[in-house]
Write a protein that binds this ligand. Structure first.
Ligand SMILES: Cc1ncc(COP(=O)(O)O)c(C=O)c1O
Length: 267
């Protein structure tokens, strides 16, 4: 491995979600190029990118069709603010996304990353209730959930490793049991765990619905929480409960959307 790049890296970079001291014995791998599912380091050694670069890379590295489209667009217009301006690609993309989205979700709002998307969803939900003349300030989220690293997203997450240190800075969310199928009692089915989790959620909604903007959930799989899956019945029961108690659902499909669970959206 090219030691020069490692030394330069350690002198100048802090890596995300990383205890930098660990890199003293276990240096980062210096990647030179990627192609499809493969990454290649500076010595030519290949790695199968089995986590799809933290599950964001859906179409493979250096995908020729995507690269060609980006290159063509860069030559014409690399960026313009969407406040007060618009352009053909963003309108076409929004039309196509709206056509794919479930009925009733007819508009797009763009964020720069997953955490920002979660922040926006939390704010939109809060703002909806505010426009209705209601001040609701709480969010319900699931045990073991992960929604990102920014402060709002951390507040609705429940992975101690990421959250604990920043606890004094965070919104006071309400955490309810997860429908995680691993939590089955002996003889209990996955659907029964889901029903048990919904019963607990309903008790919480009974007490807090008027102060709650939304329930935020990672549909089907809690990814950063350890790839913990739940029975899909949880999602239909959640829809039903949230309709009855008049609170929003925020479906955080950052890790599961766009085909990653077999259908375009996980719920
Ligand atoms: C479910 C979920 N929500 C939000 C995020 C945050 O996304 P980002 O890292 O792009 O901010 C992640 C990241 O892994 C995620 O898995």
């Amino acid at each position: 491995m090219d030691l020069d790049i490692i030394q330069r890296d350690l002198r100048t970079l802090w890596h995300p979600c990383t205890q930098m001291r660990d890199h003293a014995d276990d240096p980062p791998i210096a990647i030179r190029r990627g192609s499809g599912v493969w990454l290649e380091d500076v010595d030519g050694k290949r790695y199968l990118d089995a986590i799809s670069s933290w599950w964001v890379n859906l179409f493979g590295h250096a995908n020729p069709r995507i690269n060609a489209a980006i290159t063509e667009q860069l030559g014409q217009l690399e960026h313009v603010i969407l406040a007060g301006f618009t352009h053909e690609p963003v309108v076409t993309l929004s039309e196509r996304l709206s056509a794919l989205a479930p009925a009733g979700l007819g508009h797009c709002f763009y964020a720069s990353d997953g955490s920002s998307a979660v922040e926006i969803a939390l704010k939109m939900s809060f703002h909806f209730w505010r426009n209705k003349g209601e001040t609701r300030t709480r969010f319900i989220s699931l045990a073991n959930s992960y929604h990102g690293e920014t402060l709002g997203a951390l507040a609705v997450g429940d992975v101690a490793l990421y959250k604990e240190t920043y606890e004094p800075l965070l919104l006071r969310n309400i955490t309810v049991p997860s429908p995680d199928a691993y939590l089955r009692e002996p003889g209990e089915s996955e659907a029964e765990v889901a029903r048990r989790a919904i019963a607990a959620l309903e008790q919480t909604l009974e007490r807090h619905a008027r102060e709650v903007c939304a329930v935020i959930v990672e549909p089907l799989v809690q990814c950063a929480g350890g790839m913990r899956m739940h029975d899909p019945v949880y999602l239909s029961l959640l829809r039903d409960a949230c309709d009855r108690y008049h609170v929003h659902i925020i479906a955080d499909e950052i890790a599961v959307g766009f085909g990653r669970t077999g259908t375009l959206f996980a719920c």
